[in-house]
Design a protein around this ligand. Sequence first.
Ligand code: C2O
Ligand code: CU
Ligand code: CU
Length: 499
Amino acid sequence: MSCSRPPLDRRAFLGLMGGASILAARAEELKGAGLQDPRTNLPPVHAQELTLTARAATLPHGTGEAEFWTVQGQVPAPTLRFRRGDTARITLLNELPESTILHWHGLDVPEAADGHPRLAIDPGQRYEYAFEVTDRAGTYWYHPHTHERTAPQTYRGMAGFLIVEDDEEEALGLPTDAHDLPLLLQDKRVDPDGAPEYLPAMGPDLMLGYLGDTPYVNGAPGGALEVRRARYRLRLLNGSNARIFNLGLVGGGPFTLIGADGGLRSEADTVERLMLATGERADVLVDFSRFAPGERITLRSYPFTVPGMMGMGGGPEMGMGRGGMGRGMHGGYAGLPQGAEMDLLDFVVGSGPVEDAPPLPDRLSEVAPLSLDPNATRRAFRFESMMMQHTINGRSFAMDRVDLRVPLGRQEVWELINDSGLPHPVHVHAGQFRVASRSGGRDRVMPWEAGPKDTVLVLPGERVEIAVRFTRNLGLFLLHCHNLEHEDAGMMMNFLVEE
Ligand code: C2O
Ligand code: CU
Ligand code: CU
């Protein structure tokens, strides 16, 4: 094994180093233009074989430096790009002071490559992943999945994009290269020096999840990004621990929605708002050629009220907000409440010439219409949050307990029921599902939920039916709430896909 490694490691290494200097040059360029560097042009690693090292790193941040937990010393973790059909061979080296394991969120991979917490490796160990990338072209991501430690590890910096490309998507003439912007959206609580800190208080932080006070884009407090007068593809990923973003463009008109978790939609749609909970993605087009040089278009999370959360920090009017009392003290400071308005990033339109984009085809992709099998097995999952406990059907996660058995290849309809007072974004491993219905609350399937999905937001009072079918991989996989504090508290279960 190790004798064949060095050249491959070297290739990945060179790719990363090249990326780092591009990033530095980009930062200089932005500084020259008086704009803050939101680190939006992430240099991708395009490799079928690579070694990823999880390690602590001190990086410049805020007014000084901060310690992050990183993949390859980078925050965010490097963007990985694969071609559909590639065989990915990834070696994870753990140089953190605690155990870890990475999970490829949204990909349909074999059990041994899925990053189940029972596969976590100790400091100094390595884990070899091998999987064929069979998934549709789209925006996926990766992050740790360590038992009871997913929240702190992800928060401290270990999250990155995993982008799958294929011929079908390439033929559409969508924006590429510098016009294809992956935007990792997060929120952090920052200490007085501007460094993110993870100090959850026993009460609200473990109940609501760790809500920040400062919006972050691609690992830095959101600043401004100069864009050309051209059409862009924004790959929006909510990689927060607990924050829900209700996205819109101030002064920019609606988004052209082209895809979500599991890749392209069959046709584009136009949406004013996009509500993304943790783990969810949306692919949108924004045409900046319509604006005059110097115009600013803000990517904002618009305020909203979470039903059933009144008095629990569930509305924009509640809470102490930024600069509130007790910052950094356990139990004293709860970040901005869920639903608070946040400005994530300003796009500043550059002064160059208008760049024409080819017309968007009417048909983007083949997405099979959802067909529900009347004989499908139906199961109910109740998400409950009470007395600092987060459970599914009354149970907390147990590493080796098989909570349900699902036959390979057969459709099942799972009803996700939220009678609790808190939002629960529900995520299922081993591929994509379809959202069949929502009753209560918003009472409909939202536009960004029309195609393949791996995570669906279930707000208090909502019942969401999803149609699942596992077609490729046998073994033990996870269903969990993607509020990372809820997940770490045990709002997770094992299902076994069997013949
Ligand atoms: Cu994004 Cu099981 O996680
Ligand atoms: Cu996942
Ligand atoms: Cu939850």
